[in-house]
Design a protein around this ligand. Sequence first.
Ligand code: GLU
Length: 445
Amino acid sequence: MTEKQAQTFDPIEMSSQQFELASCYIGELRTGLIDFLKHPKRISIVNFPVEMDDGSVQSFQGYRVIHNTVFGPGKGGIRFHPDLTMDEVISLAKLMTWKCALVNIPFGGAKGGVICDTKLLSESELRRITRRFTSELAANIGPNIDIPAPDMYTNEQTMAWIFDTYDVLHPGKNNRPVVTGKPIEMGGSFGRHEATGNGVYHLTERFLSKGLLADQQTVAGARVAIQGFGNVGAVSATTFHKNGALIIAVSDSQGGIYRQSGFDPAELLAFKAEHGTVVGMPDSLTLTNDDLLQVDCDILIPAASSHQIHQNNAHNINARVIVEAANSPLTPEADKILSERGIYVLPDIIANAGGVTVSYFEWVQNQINQQWDLDEVNTRLQKTMHRVLDLVFSRWQGFVVGEKTATNDTDSKNIDLNKPVFRSIALSIAIERVAKATLIRGIWP
Ligand code: GLU
């Protein structure tokens, strides 16, 4: 058993700890309002039968959670995963609220998923699970109600099935905006597939340009380690490599590989397509996933699953900056340890917000029946990522130089509030925006 498996992680508790810490950087907020923002607006749990290829029937459980709709309809991915829990979906829906608020798009936060292992299912079984789940969600999704998107182990094909099912059930309308991350041929946006990985790159380049790492103010020459070589990890590797970074280590679910002189991501993709894993790549050292996280590098990109860096391994991290391409890859204990060790963390709610940003562009294109060209999408994405980094960075700097001061007493948090982590600052901006909008709208009745 690895150290990580020996621990249990409570996603709700972790997101409350992050929320509490962020609230130290917000001015006065009405107490009841804070409580409202902590809890999801609506939780749907569905159980449904699916006929399997061998004629047997299996029962599946799925969830869809809308955390908040103050800025607009729910928005967030649907994941298929054997270890999915409702608590995890709730905390991921919350993250989506903050992500959308930070990049300033008119959506609230949502998330969903089905407990299943895609590696054990055929294409037609996946199609039947997706269609039945979509129909079970019924009126809870819609172009102006709640708009799903891809997440772990779902993809463009899954989104096409969701669209098709919804469209069959609601004929005679433009239903394209019901789901984003669709195939290009079916109303998808150019650049959506690469958006999360490209966004990770744009955010990192802007962060480095601020000069906190005096000898590394651009991505060129930076030594990068990436955990996860799925869509987000592979696109990040490609974009960082194109801009002069050295991809010295990558991993997938089978393990990791290391090469001091760096890998060409195109060769890694070809190797993985042939062998089903990056492990075994010629001229590479084999690593475990834990080793990969501890590689001596400038930038570490966790692009796999949640809770990978925690109190038992945060002390061993040898990166200078961690960029959270996955959702929740760090626990609050890891945040504290890394901050004390002077390692910067660019949190998920800004680092992987490129995905939902281009999802919004797709939704707009679908509403107006247009398809923008790739350059237009990419230019808008880069601007958004730079703007959000600038926003978070300047507020962070305000606290660091003492222009602004944290509000709560430090003892209760066992943390030096005058050295905020970027997560707390980013969260504080998002929470403040949603709280303000709630009051401006006026609480009904
Ligand atoms: N699943 C992605 C995320 O966690 C994208 C969500 C979306 O595009 O709506 O941000």
